[in-house]
Design a protein around this ligand. Structure first.
Ligand code: VG1
Ligand code: CO
Length: 573
């Protein structure tokens, strides 16, 4: 069903609209080309089984050009007969909030306007992603279909003059399409209140010996932090850093890691390697940061860095501290992306519950959560995570930065119920965990903006090595390479196959290094190298010392430094 007032605009399409790990991400100037956004949106509608009568959610992280993109989407949605669009006030919605809204309002899908952790502004990045009716990112068969339609498109439909004032909450009907502007935080906040024991957390926040600092990095997490941490839990305003969203993230790189979240990292008494700064006084007890679209989280204790892989394992091991899991009879499943450390696997084993390993990118978790093997209960109690500062659960179908922080606050609150006892710190809790389960030393090296042909040369070398590998090889004393392959995922639910998901080199003691090419960058190629080693008893080493040999083996075997001319990674996490 198309609208009467629609125009059909003839276009020749674009050849570069292939969605990556998490939607389409490009330089802003690319998105600003005439018809660019419209072509992608039309191609998405053309990929659905009919767009007439749909209800969609639209919102973004507030980066530069989001406002224009929202209005373009409204125009094309009206042209394609969409029944209703629900938009966050001023176009603002975090990625987890879009997922929550699609589910809560039983919408058919939604567009999320973000390039996540990539910087924003006229000379940086924009992005657009389509999520489906379960609230999760479009599965691969759909993104493949969208891409193929972007190559074939010859016209798109839009209704001109369909701009809506997004600053006012309320509903307008324009050109036959209903546009409802909603409070950006209310539904998400209600969901968090239904999951966590806010009273217990408030008691922790109120303790005189506990201080929590949150850094929204000028991304979209700010309004949610104010609504939940400040208004519900009583966190003082001065403890909420950079909580006003800015369209260029204040010129920063809204990626919550030790390098880019340097302001918080320093406040928490750490350097960019995660080592404690000496002589630092009055360091807060708990710190956390989010990325641009608020689906990532970094968790820090007093002068103490928690790796995302450990964070996943710890939240899973302590799921009983969270009413959502307790009420559903306990955690039923854990899942992680392949490059994420095996720390969570050990927890799953101990809890005697299934553990799934999926390719990088959140879309793969959704199938597990929705499937009947997980039980039909709406509250499928599953926890999942990625090494890239992403943690979440079956409460929505995206990773969730604020949820992860509330999960940690729940664990801390549970351990610190008696205000007369000395505070049990983040470090105490993590070290206790390592004592019980052993420690997976872990780090990731990112080589950003490598020339694409050089990055491909590195990967081809690895492919050749894997192809010729037959018998175990002693690479260095104590390190025998026993297995190597390209990770291929067979989805246990829909039986789809995803190949080339990472080049794995596994030693006989289970330690490993993995190479992957990023699917979210906008310039050249980013090579990621993931390194992991498990120690059952020796839990007090520095990560650098524990992984030194494996790092040099990975660099030698890949010849990465010679081929790319890079002696140091851009970022170590
Ligand atoms: C990166 C991370 C991946 C994450 C993805 C989207 O992908 O490694 O774990 O799911 O970003 O996160 P890649 O292909 O660049 O390695 V987000 O917060 O940028 O939507
Ligand atoms: Co993100």
């Amino acid at each position: 069903m198309k609208r009467d007032l629609e125009e059909a605009i003839s276009v020749s399409g674009f050849v570069d609209q292939k969605p990556g790990t998490s939607g389409l991400r490009k330089k802003t100037v690319i998105f600003q080309q005439p018809h660019y956004v419209e072509c992608f949106v039309q191609s998405t509608f053309d990929s659905l089984d009919g767009s007439g009568g749909l209800t969609l959610v639209v919102g973004g992280d507030g980066r530069f050009y989001n406002d224009v993109m929202v209005q373009k989407i409204l125009g094309v949605a009206a042209g394609n007969g969409v029944k209703k669009v629900i938009v966050g006030q001023n176009g603002i919605l975090s990625t987890p909030a879009v997922s929550a809204l699609i589910r809560e309002l039983k919408a058919d899908g939604g567009f999320i306007l973000t390039a996540s952790h990539n910087p924003g502004g006229p000379s940086n990045d924009c992005g657009i992603k389509y999520n489906v009716s379960n609230g999760g990112p479009a599965p691969e068969y759909l993104t493949d279909r969208i891409y193929s339609n972007t190559l074939k498109i010859i016209k798109y439909f839009r209704v001109a003059n369909s701009e809506v004032d997004l600053s006012k909450i309320g509903t307008v009907v324009k050109n036959g399409m209903e546009v409802q502007v909603i409070d950006s935080t209310a539904v998400y906040r209600d969901l968090m209140e239904s999951i966590f024991d806010m009273k217990l957390i408030s008691a922790l926040i109120a303790r005189a010996d506990f201080r929590f600092v949150y850094d929204a990095m000028h991304g979209v997490a700010g309004p949610y932090a104010k609504s939940i941490f400040r208004e519900l839990l009583g966190v003082p305003m001065e403890c909420l850093l950079n909580c006003d969203p800015l369209d260029d993230f204040g010129g920063g790189h809204p990626d919550p890691n030790l390098t880019y979240a340097h302001e918080l990292v320093e406040v928490m008494g750490l350097n960019s390697k995660g080592e404690a700064l000496s002589g630092k006084e009055s360091v807060p007890d708990f710190g956390a940061a989010a990325d641009g679209d608020a689906d990532r989280n970094m968790v820090l204790g007093k002068s103490f860095f928690v790796t995302p892989s450990d964070s996943l394992a710890l939240i899973a091991a302590n799921a009983h501290c969270i009413p959502y899991f307790r009420d559903a009879g306990g955690l039923k499943t854990i899942a992680r992306s392949m490059p994420t450390s095996g720390a969570a696997d050990i927890v799953a084993k101990k809890l005697n519950i299934p553990m799934y390993q999926v390719p990088t990118g959140w879309k793969f978790f959704g199938n597990l959560m929705d499937s009947s093997i997980m039980g039909k209960d709406e509250k499928n109690p599953l926890i999942c995570g990625e090494e890239s500062f992403g943690t979440g659960s079956s409460h929505i179908r995206e990773k969730d930065g604020i949820w992860a922080v509330l999960a940690w606050l729940s664990i801390l609150a549970d351990r610190n119920k008696d205000p007369n006892l000395k505070l049990v710190s983040v470090q105490n809790i993590v070290e206790e965990h390592w004592k019980e389960y052993g420690r997976n030393y872990y780090c990731r090296y990112d080589y950003e903006e490598v020339q694409s042909d050089l990055a491909n040369e590195v990967m081809q070398g690895l492919t050749k090595y894997i192809g010729e590998f037959t018998d175990p090889v002693l690479l260095a004393p104590g390190y025998t390479l026993s297995e190597c392959d390209e990770f291929e995922y067979h989805d246990p639910i829909d039986e789809s196959v995803s190949s080339h998901q990472g080049w794995r080199f596994i030693m006989s003691d289970g330690s490993r290094f993995v190479f992957r090419l990023s699917g979210t960058g906008s310039v050249g190629a980013t090579i990621r190298l993931y390194i992991e080693k498990f120690e059952a008893k020796d839990i007090k080493m520095t990560t650098a010392a524990a992984l030194e040999t494996l790092v040099s083996l990975a660099l030698d075997l890949s010849n990465l430094q010679n081929i790319t001319g890079r002696n140091e990674p851009t970022v170590i996490t």
